[in-house]
Design a protein around this ligand. Structure first.
Ligand code: ZN
Length: 311
C-alpha cells in the first residue's frame, strides 16, 4: 500500500533530519512511544538519535499537539538502541514517536506547579485533552499507515520499567510484533519510558475516533484489528472538472481525499467545491511523493492520480 510519508501539519524545517540520516525504507507496522523527559523540543544530537515524530502537548492548538517531523514515515528512525548482532530495533518497521513530557513520578510535582497551559505533561496521569490528542494521532497512524490498534497489556511504572523487566519483549516477540508499544517494551533497550500510561483507555479513544471516521456506530467487539476491505475508487470524473475557475462536487471530493492522504497542510481552510491554489499545491505534493506520478506533477488530477488517491 502507498502510505503518506508526512504527518499532516507537522513542522519540519530545521527539525527534519532525513537529508542527513536517510534511514532504511520500511513499511511501518509498529508505533513505539517515548517520553522525552524534557519540556521542549530538542535537537536529538542533531538528528543522530531522533524519532520520526515529536509531539509537544499544547492545549491551545486544535489537535492538542504541535507535531515535529524528523524523518519520513516510511524511513526508520534512530531513537532506539540498536545493538550490533541483535535484532534490528530501529529498522523493524517502527514509527517512533517522542511525547514531550515525563514518565518519572519524581518530576510530576515540580513540573506540575508550572502554568496551566502546559507544554509538558506527566504522561501516566495526564489531562484528558492530552490523551485525546494522543488518541487522535494513533487513529491517524492506524488509518493511514495500517498500524494495528493493539499492544502489550503491561505498561510498568517508571522506574520499575527500566532495565530487563517482564514487560520487555524477547527478540522473537519483537520480530513478530505489530501494533503500539513503548520504549520500555523494546529489546536491547533499557529505557523505561513512557511508563504506566493508561494504554487501554487511550486505545479505546483511538478506536472510537476510527469508528467515527469510518462511519460505524461502534467497533463491535472493540478488539478487531482486521484491515477493512478496500473501497472501490469512484470513477474519474474527467480532467475538465479541475483547474482554475472550476466549481463542482468533484473538487471537494478531491480535496477531502488529499487531506485524508496527509496533505492537509496546504489548506488554510478546508477543501471546498471551488478550485484553489491549495488544491493544486496539495495534489502536486501528492504527485511528487509518488514515483509513478512524479513525471507529470502539474497539480491537476488525471485518472492515475485519482486512482492512487482513492486506493
Ligand atoms: Zn525512549
Amino acid at each position: 500500500m502507498t502510505i503518506p510519508t508526512l504527518y499532516p501539519d507537522a513542522i519540519r524545517g530545521s527539525h527534519f533530519y532525513g537529508d542527513r540520516y536517510e534511514g532504511d525504507l520500511m513499511t511501518p507496522n509498529v508505533l513505539a512511544l517515548h517520553t522525552t523527559e524534557g519540556t521542549d523540543i530538542v535537537s536529538y544530537s542533531n538528528g543522530a538519535e531522533a524519532p520520526n515524530l515529536t509531539a509537544k502537548p499544547n492545549m491551545k492548538t486544535k489537535k492538542g499537539f504541535t507535531v515535529y517531523q524528523h524523518f519520513l514515515l516510511n524511513r526508520s528512525a534512530r531513537a532506539l538502541v540498536n545493538a550490533p548482532g541483535g535484532v534490528e530495533t530501529n529498522t523493524c518497521n517502527v514509527v517512533q514517536l517522542e511525547l514531550i513530557g515525563t514518565c518519572d513520578p519524581a518530576h510530576k510535582k515540580t513540573w506540575g506547579k508550572l502554568k496551566a497551559d502546559v507544554d509538558y505533561i506527566y504522561w501516566p496521569d495526564a489531562p484528558e485533552w492530552a490523551y485525546d490528542a494522543l488518541a487522535e494521532l494513533i487513529a491517524w497512524m492506524h488509518l493511514n499507515l495500517g498500524i494495528p490498534l493493539s499492544g502489550p497489556d503491561e505498561w510498568l511504572p517508571y522506574p520499575t520499567s527500566y532495565g530487563a523487566t517482564k514487560a520487555r519483549m524477547t527478540f522473537t516477540e519483537w520480530n513478530a510484533f505489530k501494533g503500539i508499544c513503548g520504549h520500555e517494551h523494546a529489546p536491547e533497550n533499557y529505557h523505561g519510558d513512557p511508563g504506566d500510561i493508561p494504554f487501554a483507555g487511550i486505545l479505546a479513544k483511538a478506536k472510537a475516533i476510527v469508528a467515527k471516521i469510518l462511519g460505524k456506530g461502534g467497533s463491535g467487539g472493540g478488539t478487531s484489528t482486521k484491515p477493512k476491505p478496500k473501497p472501490t475508487p469512484p470513477a474519474f470524473p474527467g480532467r475538465d472538472k479541475f483547474g482554475p475557475g472550476k466549481t463542482n462536487k468533484y473538487v471537494k471530493q478531491l480535496g477531502d481525499r488529499v487531506v485524508a492522504k496527509g496533505y492537509g497542510r496546504f489548506y488554510r481552510v478546508g477543501p471546498s467545491e471551488s478550485w484553489g491554489n491549495a488544491d493544486r499545491n496539495a495534489v502536486r505534493a501528492f504527485q511528487l511523493d509518488h514515483a509513478e506520478l512524479r513525471g507529470d506533477a502539474d497539480g491537476l488530477p488525471g485518472p492515475a492520480t485519482w486512482k492512487l488517491l482513492f486506493s
